[in-house]
Design a protein around this ligand. Sequence first.
Ligand code: NCD
Length: 305
Amino acid sequence: MKRDLIDITDLSVEEIDDLISVAEDIIDHPDVYREKCRHKKLATLFYEPSTRTRLSFEAAMYELGGQVLGFSEATSSSAAKGESVADTARTVSCFADIIAMRHPKEGAPLVASMKATVPVINAGDGGHHHPTQTLTDLLTIKREKGRLDDLVIGCCGDLKFGRTVHSLIGAMSRYRNVRFVLISPEELRVPESVRTDLLEKQGIEYRETTSLEEAMPELDILYMTRVQRERFFNEEDYARLKDSYILTPDKLATAKWDLAILHPLPRVNEISVAVDDDPRACYFRQVLCGKFIRMALILMLLEVE
Ligand code: NCD
């Protein structure tokens, strides 16, 4: 039976740990993997803008010796003629061995996975989930901190619409002794469903605050996010909230020396470029992790040895 990746909890903790091990092996021995996906094709169906996610999927497939086809905007696909996601998925299954799909509608990749005859990977669905960003984040945390347990994780910014945070909480809640500090303006708090279904149900310790400065000293990980302009109903609210948090070098004065600063990117204003040279800034190393973990995921879903 084919496997899809729609939600990060589709993978067990053991499977995630295996993916991380394979990604680290790829980093150490890239030559071993160069032909693993020869004659295999990945389709990237992107109905929403993307730089890192789409290009890292494509680079991942090329580095495995495979090939890539797809579209990067809905207007250049038959979606513009009114084709359903289900029909597109069924059609693309005739051409590709695996599909990565990003869509503004929550649940679209799930619908696609039910009609596609090849594995479907959710590359981000609306304000819902983004499991491959989370795999990227986990590989980054593992490499930067050497562990995935015993961590205080601060998530800061747009925790309401930021899908990367929802998936990150879903994944990290399953590791031992992980505690969350959720830093956001009142209007952009983590959705109720994430609080009840992921955090409270699993008995995970967390607190909410509006102050990044107050949270800073206790954090092992600071996960910054962009205010998700495209998910706002009006421009005024966005304008009011967009600069709620701006990480600058002076705000890091009270941070741990071994804090790891992550950001799924793109960044707008929320991290000053002056922070980029701080050794604790991991977000560009995080981008590279995205390619390696996607290589590991493609191998897993295509059942390549
Ligand atoms: C994120 C996304 O698309 O959700 N970007 C990414 O995939 N690296 C975060 C964002 O757009 O803010």
